[in-house]
Write a new protein. Structure first.
Length: 261
């Protein structure tokens, strides 16, 4: 799945009670964010679904639009995005500013939201997530029945300073625990790698699809781990892992370290 198709919309119940911390619903939203919004879904829509601020840029923007028939309110937040121990981590940050962070959209209206870099360009690509939430209507305007709102989780990358074009540099390792298989990808380069359409080519040249569409991101200088729904016996044999990186049409072979476990 290319960056332009990275529309991660999550339908979360607006009727849930309590006031969880900011990071708890964020983690839940990101866990569920691989569920794409139905095409033409009414309500909050966001474009583009990925931003990269070049070193010469201080700001960029995304458009929020209301394709529904009632006025909606939305909130935009930004979190620093890192990966450690094979897991995603998200922390509040002041490296980026959002303007406006809160907005109201009438039916058919659209609003530009600016994402502003507050410091100098980084030495190595920095990674962030914008969380765009459609807010539930207040009690006075809430229709009867269970209500749903949309959440988008959008990658934002800050390109490093300098003339050299950054690039990912990937190594992969498989691990086995009984019949369960995981792949860990380490990125020693200076640019993120979006991995999609993972396949395994066995020693006989037969292709086995391991993940159709998006697998996930390996951020620069970090490592990420994913489970694979594939027979352990197949992957224990010799072969080659291939994937599409950053939306490229041509597959790339992943350098494969000896398996763990």
């Amino acid at each position: 799945m290319s960056g332009g198709r990275w529309q991660q919309a999550v339908r979360a119940s607006a009727a849930s009670s309590g006031a969880p911390s900011a990071l708890r619903p964020l983690a839940l939203g990101l866990l569920l964010a691989l569920i794409a919004a139905p095409a033409g879904a009414a309500g909050l829509q966001v474009t583009p679904t990925l931003l990269t601020l070049q070193a010469r840029q201080n700001a960029d923007g995304l458009w929020l639009s209301n394709t529904g028939t009632t006025t909606l309110q939305a909130q935009v937040r930004v979190f620093r995005w890192t990966q450690a121990n094979g897991e995603e981590h998200f922390e509040p940050t002041q490296a980026l500013a959002i303007s406006p962070p809160m907005l109201e959209l009438a039916p058919g209206a659209r609003q530009l939201v600016r994402v502003i870099r507050l410091g100098a360009p980084p030495a190595r690509e920095d990674s962030y997530r914008l969380i765009v939430d459609e807010l539930p209507p207040d009690d006075a305007n809430r229709p009867p029945g269970l209500q749903f709102v949309l959440r988008y989780s959008l990658p934002v990358f800050l390109a490093p300073a300098g003339d050299a074009a950054p690039a990912p540099k990937l190594r992969a390792q498989l691990s086995f625990q009984g019949d369960q298989v995981r792949i860990e990808v380490r990125n020693d380069g200076d640019q993120h790698a979006q991995l999609a359409d993972l396949v395994f080519v066995d020693s006989h040249g037969t292709r086995h699809a391991l993940q159709s569409g998006l697998l996930g991101y390996a951020l620069p200088g970090q490592r990420m781990r994913w489970p694979l729904a594939a027979p352990a016996e197949l992957l224990r044999g010799g072969g080659t892992l291939k994937a599409r990186i950053n939306g490229e049409a041509t597959e790339q072979a992943l350098a494969l370290d000896p398996p763990a476990g």
